[in-house]
Design a binder for this molecule. Structure first.
Ligand code: FE
Length: 230
Protein backbone atom coordinates (compact mmCIF):
# COMPACT_ATOMS: atom_id res chain seq x y z
CA UNK A 1 0.00 0.00 0.00
CA UNK A 2 1.11 3.53 -0.67
CA UNK A 3 0.39 5.67 2.36
CA UNK A 4 1.50 9.25 2.82
CA UNK A 5 0.72 11.42 5.79
CA UNK A 6 1.06 15.01 4.66
CA UNK A 7 1.02 18.02 6.96
CA UNK A 8 -0.19 21.59 6.53
CA UNK A 9 1.80 23.68 9.02
CA UNK A 10 -0.55 26.68 8.92
CA UNK A 11 -3.65 24.81 10.12
CA UNK A 12 -1.83 21.75 11.57
CA UNK A 13 -3.97 19.59 9.30
CA UNK A 14 -3.04 16.07 8.26
CA UNK A 15 -3.90 15.05 4.73
CA UNK A 16 -3.66 11.39 3.76
CA UNK A 17 -2.86 10.03 0.31
CA UNK A 18 -3.61 6.34 -0.17
CA UNK A 19 -3.32 3.87 -3.04
CA UNK A 20 -2.92 0.12 -3.27
CA UNK A 21 0.02 0.27 -5.70
CA UNK A 22 2.14 2.45 -7.94
CA UNK A 23 0.27 3.06 -11.16
CA UNK A 24 -3.05 2.56 -9.39
CA UNK A 25 -5.97 4.63 -8.24
CA UNK A 26 -5.56 6.93 -5.25
CA UNK A 27 -7.72 8.60 -2.64
CA UNK A 28 -6.95 11.71 -0.63
CA UNK A 29 -8.47 12.59 2.75
CA UNK A 30 -8.82 16.18 3.98
CA UNK A 31 -6.78 18.06 1.36
CA UNK A 32 -5.90 21.71 2.10
CA UNK A 33 -6.41 24.30 -0.63
CA UNK A 34 -2.95 25.88 -0.42
CA UNK A 35 -1.27 22.49 -0.99
CA UNK A 36 -3.21 21.32 -4.04
CA UNK A 37 -0.32 21.77 -6.47
CA UNK A 38 1.93 19.77 -4.13
CA UNK A 39 -0.60 16.93 -3.93
CA UNK A 40 -0.99 16.94 -7.71
CA UNK A 41 2.77 16.78 -8.17
CA UNK A 42 3.10 13.92 -5.67
CA UNK A 43 0.29 12.01 -7.36
CA UNK A 44 2.13 12.39 -10.68
CA UNK A 45 5.49 11.42 -9.20
CA UNK A 46 4.03 8.28 -7.63
CA UNK A 47 2.35 7.44 -10.95
CA UNK A 48 -1.09 7.47 -9.37
CA UNK A 49 -4.50 8.42 -10.64
CA UNK A 50 -6.45 10.43 -8.07
CA UNK A 51 -10.04 9.20 -8.25
CA UNK A 52 -11.49 10.41 -4.95
CA UNK A 53 -11.08 13.34 -2.56
CA UNK A 54 -12.87 13.04 0.76
CA UNK A 55 -13.43 15.47 3.61
CA UNK A 56 -14.10 13.99 7.04
CA UNK A 57 -16.33 17.03 7.77
CA UNK A 58 -16.78 20.68 6.85
CA UNK A 59 -13.63 22.23 8.25
CA UNK A 60 -13.66 25.57 10.04
CA UNK A 61 -9.89 26.11 10.20
CA UNK A 62 -8.80 25.73 6.59
CA UNK A 63 -10.27 25.77 3.12
CA UNK A 64 -10.67 22.38 1.52
CA UNK A 65 -8.62 21.54 -1.57
CA UNK A 66 -11.13 18.93 -2.72
CA UNK A 67 -13.03 21.15 -5.15
CA UNK A 68 -9.84 22.31 -6.84
CA UNK A 69 -8.44 18.77 -6.96
CA UNK A 70 -11.60 17.70 -8.69
CA UNK A 71 -11.04 20.40 -11.32
CA UNK A 72 -7.42 19.38 -11.83
CA UNK A 73 -7.71 15.60 -11.76
CA UNK A 74 -11.40 14.98 -12.51
CA UNK A 75 -11.67 13.00 -9.29
CA UNK A 76 -14.86 12.52 -7.33
CA UNK A 77 -15.46 14.72 -4.26
CA UNK A 78 -17.13 12.67 -1.55
CA UNK A 79 -18.62 13.62 1.80
CA UNK A 80 -21.22 12.14 4.11
CA UNK A 81 -24.92 12.49 3.38
CA UNK A 82 -25.35 14.84 6.35
CA UNK A 83 -23.08 17.51 4.91
CA UNK A 84 -24.39 20.89 3.94
CA UNK A 85 -21.48 21.49 1.57
CA UNK A 86 -22.88 22.09 -1.86
CA UNK A 87 -21.44 20.67 -5.08
CA UNK A 88 -20.10 17.48 -3.50
CA UNK A 89 -20.24 14.82 -6.22
CA UNK A 90 -20.79 11.71 -4.11
CA UNK A 91 -22.50 11.31 -0.74
CA UNK A 92 -21.75 8.26 1.37
CA UNK A 93 -23.66 7.11 4.42
CA UNK A 94 -22.84 5.16 7.55
CA UNK A 95 -21.21 1.80 6.78
CA UNK A 96 -20.76 2.50 3.08
CA UNK A 97 -17.54 1.19 1.57
CA UNK A 98 -15.29 3.58 -0.32
CA UNK A 99 -13.41 1.41 -2.80
CA UNK A 100 -10.29 2.70 -4.55
CA UNK A 101 -8.35 0.04 -6.43
CA UNK A 102 -8.00 -2.77 -3.92
CA UNK A 103 -8.36 -0.45 -0.95
CA UNK A 104 -11.58 -0.48 1.03
CA UNK A 105 -12.40 2.24 3.55
CA UNK A 106 -15.52 1.75 5.61
CA UNK A 107 -17.27 5.08 6.31
CA UNK A 108 -18.52 5.41 9.88
CA UNK A 109 -20.78 8.27 10.81
CA UNK A 110 -19.15 9.68 13.95
CA UNK A 111 -20.90 13.00 14.72
CA UNK A 112 -20.12 15.23 17.68
CA UNK A 113 -17.38 17.61 16.55
CA UNK A 114 -19.79 18.51 13.75
CA UNK A 115 -23.02 16.90 12.63
CA UNK A 116 -21.39 15.78 9.37
CA UNK A 117 -18.26 14.10 10.82
CA UNK A 118 -17.15 10.71 9.50
CA UNK A 119 -14.31 8.33 10.29
CA UNK A 120 -12.84 5.88 7.78
CA UNK A 121 -11.93 2.40 8.93
CA UNK A 122 -9.39 0.15 7.24
CA UNK A 123 -8.01 -3.22 8.37
CA UNK A 124 -5.18 -1.82 10.47
CA UNK A 125 -5.94 1.89 10.81
CA UNK A 126 -8.71 4.39 11.26
CA UNK A 127 -8.87 7.98 10.08
CA UNK A 128 -10.75 9.75 12.83
CA UNK A 129 -11.07 13.31 11.49
CA UNK A 130 -11.63 15.62 14.46
CA UNK A 131 -13.79 13.12 16.33
CA UNK A 132 -10.82 11.53 18.10
CA UNK A 133 -7.49 13.31 18.23
CA UNK A 134 -4.22 12.20 19.80
CA UNK A 135 -4.73 12.74 23.54
CA UNK A 136 -7.67 14.99 22.74
CA UNK A 137 -11.02 15.21 21.00
CA UNK A 138 -12.43 17.75 18.57
CA UNK A 139 -14.27 20.73 20.04
CA UNK A 140 -18.06 20.53 20.04
CA UNK A 141 -18.99 24.19 20.48
CA UNK A 142 -19.99 25.13 16.91
CA UNK A 143 -21.13 23.68 13.57
CA UNK A 144 -23.93 21.79 15.34
CA UNK A 145 -21.37 20.14 17.58
CA UNK A 146 -22.81 17.84 20.23
CA UNK A 147 -20.73 16.52 23.10
CA UNK A 148 -23.17 13.69 23.81
CA UNK A 149 -23.10 12.55 20.20
CA UNK A 150 -19.30 12.70 20.32
CA UNK A 151 -19.26 10.51 23.42
CA UNK A 152 -21.44 7.98 21.59
CA UNK A 153 -19.21 8.11 18.49
CA UNK A 154 -16.05 7.57 20.53
CA UNK A 155 -17.16 5.16 23.23
CA UNK A 156 -19.88 3.41 21.22
CA UNK A 157 -17.92 3.00 18.01
CA UNK A 158 -14.27 4.05 17.71
CA UNK A 159 -13.15 2.49 20.99
CA UNK A 160 -14.78 -0.80 19.95
CA UNK A 161 -12.10 -1.17 17.27
CA UNK A 162 -9.19 -3.52 18.04
CA UNK A 163 -6.66 -2.19 20.57
CA UNK A 164 -3.78 -2.13 18.10
CA UNK A 165 -5.70 -0.30 15.38
CA UNK A 166 -3.69 2.76 14.37
CA UNK A 167 -5.35 6.14 14.81
CA UNK A 168 -4.71 8.87 12.26
CA UNK A 169 -6.48 12.14 13.14
CA UNK A 170 -7.13 15.25 11.03
CA UNK A 171 -4.93 17.45 13.21
CA UNK A 172 -2.18 17.54 15.73
CA UNK A 173 -0.77 20.70 17.25
CA UNK A 174 2.17 19.17 19.09
CA UNK A 175 4.06 17.25 16.44
CA UNK A 176 2.50 13.85 17.08
CA UNK A 177 1.50 11.89 14.00
CA UNK A 178 -0.39 8.76 14.97
CA UNK A 179 -1.66 6.76 17.90
CA UNK A 180 -3.61 3.57 18.56
CA UNK A 181 -7.01 2.76 20.01
CA UNK A 182 -5.61 1.37 23.26
CA UNK A 183 -3.28 4.35 23.78
CA UNK A 184 -6.19 6.72 23.44
CA UNK A 185 -8.46 4.66 25.66
CA UNK A 186 -5.82 4.62 28.40
CA UNK A 187 -3.99 7.92 28.04
CA UNK A 188 -6.37 10.36 26.35
CA UNK A 189 -7.30 12.73 29.21
CA UNK A 190 -10.71 13.55 27.67
CA UNK A 191 -11.67 9.87 27.73
CA UNK A 192 -11.05 9.31 31.43
CA UNK A 193 -14.71 9.84 32.29
CA UNK A 194 -17.16 7.45 33.88
CA UNK A 195 -20.38 8.66 32.32
CA UNK A 196 -21.75 10.36 29.21
CA UNK A 197 -22.85 13.27 31.40
CA UNK A 198 -19.30 13.74 32.68
CA UNK A 199 -18.02 13.89 29.13
CA UNK A 200 -20.65 16.48 28.17
CA UNK A 201 -19.85 18.59 31.23
CA UNK A 202 -16.16 18.46 30.42
CA UNK A 203 -16.69 19.58 26.82
CA UNK A 204 -19.15 22.31 27.76
CA UNK A 205 -16.64 23.71 30.27
CA UNK A 206 -14.01 24.33 27.60
CA UNK A 207 -13.42 27.97 26.73
CA UNK A 208 -11.85 28.13 23.28
CA UNK A 209 -11.09 30.89 20.81
CA UNK A 210 -12.71 30.43 17.41
CA UNK A 211 -10.38 29.08 14.70
CA UNK A 212 -8.45 31.91 13.04
CA UNK A 213 -9.87 31.25 9.58
CA UNK A 214 -13.45 30.37 10.47
CA UNK A 215 -15.05 33.42 8.82
CA UNK A 216 -13.31 32.62 5.57
CA UNK A 217 -13.21 28.83 5.72
CA UNK A 218 -16.82 27.96 6.51
CA UNK A 219 -18.47 29.79 3.59
CA UNK A 220 -15.73 28.62 1.20
CA UNK A 221 -16.10 25.01 2.33
CA UNK A 222 -19.84 25.17 1.77
CA UNK A 223 -18.96 25.63 -1.90
CA UNK A 224 -16.17 23.03 -2.16
CA UNK A 225 -13.34 25.43 -1.42
CA UNK A 226 -14.16 28.07 -3.98
CA UNK A 227 -14.26 31.47 -2.36
CA UNK A 228 -17.57 33.15 -2.88
CA UNK A 229 -17.76 36.53 -4.57
CA UNK A 230 -18.09 39.34 -2.04
FE1 FE B 1 -12.76 20.28 12.43
Amino acid sequence: MIFRQLFDPVSSTFTYLLADRHGGEALIIDPVLENVSYYSQLVRELDLKLVMAVDTHIHADHITGAGHLREVSKCMYAMGEQTRAECVSHHFKDNDALVVGKLVLRAWYTPGHTDDSYSFVMKDRVFTGDTLLIRGTGRTDFQNGDAGAQYDSIFGRLLTLPDNMLVYPAHDYQGRTSSSIIEERVYNPRLQVHTREQYIEQMNALVLDPPAKIAEALPANMSCGFKQAA
